[in-house]
Design a binder for this molecule. Sequence first.
Ligand SMILES: [Fe+2]
Ligand SMILES: [Fe+2]
Length: 158
Amino acid sequence: MDAIVLLKGDHKLVEGLFKEYEKTKDTATPAAKRMLVDKICSELVTHAYIEETIFYPAAREGAPDTKDHVLESVEEHHVMDWLLAELSGLDAADETFDAKTTVLIENVRHHVEEEEKDWFPIVRKALGRNRLVDLGEQMTAAKAKAPASPLALASAKS
Ligand SMILES: [Fe+2]
Ligand SMILES: [Fe+2]
């Protein structure tokens, strides 16, 4: 599958989980919120892992114009990593849990919009279909190697 189609599919899946959180946060039990946020965390960590290890380096190499966008994206992942780490150690019944999750959602939405609107189109143009399909295959395979902890991502240390 084309790398950008794959990444946009991940974005869509996570957006669905965000909407579910927003719809249920006032009525769900802490245990249900815990499960949903853990699912969001694992999807986001896997996604960030394949971007950081495969897609972002390929973008910088094949589309050098995207360098600043990529660097900014890694910093946005960095903020996400620490929010996810805090959320994983936080009681879902804590009064700050919804606030922290809401800030996570706002941050990721902003990040996804920049990827999809500002610089993925530049990468698509520069890399071409065959290279994107090749990267998509590499990323699909790499998902199995993603870490469980957000703090194990390279961006956590950037
Ligand atoms: Fe990203
Ligand atoms: Fe992304």
